[in-house]
Structures are given as C-alpha cells and as structure tokens.
Write a protein that binds this ligand. Structure first.
Ligand code: AMP
Length: 126
C-alpha cells in the first residue's frame, strides 16, 4: 500500500525551520519538542526527520539506522525529562495515533510522551 505524505503538514514545517518549536532533543534522525497544547505536566512529541505518515509507514519504509536512532531518541528524552521509572522517575505513557480511528491530527509520525502525573486508565471504558 502506498503511503501519501503531505510535505505541508505542521511538523514538516517545523523540521524545515518555517515554524518554531520548543526543542528538547535533536539527533541524526529525530527531533523532540514540547507539545503546543500539553495534556499533562510533561507532554513532548518525538518525530522522525524522514517523511513518514505514521508508525506502520515508518516500520515498513524507514532504514534500520532511522528506526534505531528514533527509538533511542525516545529513551533519551525520557531520561532527560527524569520520568524513567527505573531511575526514580514516576513513569510515562507513549501514544502514537494513526488515521481516523486513532484521531491523528498531524500526518507525520509522532510519539507523544506524557507524564508528570498519574495518567489514569489508557482509554475510557466504552
Ligand atoms: P495527534 O492528534 O496525535 O496528531 O497530535 C497532534 C499534536 O500536535 C497535538 O497534541 C497538538 O497539540 C500538537 N501540535 C500541533 N501543532 C503543534 C506545534 N506547532 N508545535 C507543537 N505541537 C503541536
């Protein structure tokens, strides 16, 4: 299945420097920045620099180097923010929305890192 990437999405514009962001971390293949409308005391987005719509697109077409760098960037951000449960942090939640059912607003892969408080159940009961 072909993946149609829209290069005018807001995260692509952040990557091109057309829109500012509050940067947390940058690596060869990833950028992390604070969400503009935080839903928890910690709310950081981690995006790959490559043009991937969502997690399954990234898994299918990104190089091993991109996948390794991106995955490690998520871990580095958690360490930097002091939320890793293994070293005294309170813990966190990762969310990657995709498509209509996932209610994805920005069509460029992003993992939300949420923390800083107890987040409650993963989903409200239907
Ligand atoms: P999603 O619904 O998973 O696509 O989430 C998109 C997220 O991007 C939302 O949490 C927005 O608040 C966030 N967002 C949109 N525009 C910006 C921006 N310019 N800088 C930082 N975060 C943004």
């Amino acid at each position: 299945m072909p993946y149609a990437y829209d290069p005018n999405n807001v995260f692509s514009r952040i990557l091109r420097g057309e829109i500012p962001c509050r940067k947390v971390l940058e690596t060869d293949h990833a950028l992390a920045f604070h969400d503009i409308a935080p839903q928890a005391p910690v709310h950081v987005l981690v995006i790959p620099k490559g043009p991937y719509v969502n997690a399954d697109h990234f898994a299918a077409e990104a190089s091993d180097a991109e996948i390794a760098d991106y995955t490690r960037a998520i871990g580095k951000v958690c360490a930097e923010l002091g939320i890793r449960p293994g070293d005294g942090g309170q813990g966190y939640r990762l969310i990657a929305n995709a498509g209509e059912a996932g209610v994805q607003e920005v069509p460029h892969l992003h993992v939300h890192i949420l923390g800083g408080r107890v987040l409650g159940r993963m989903l409200p009961r239907a």
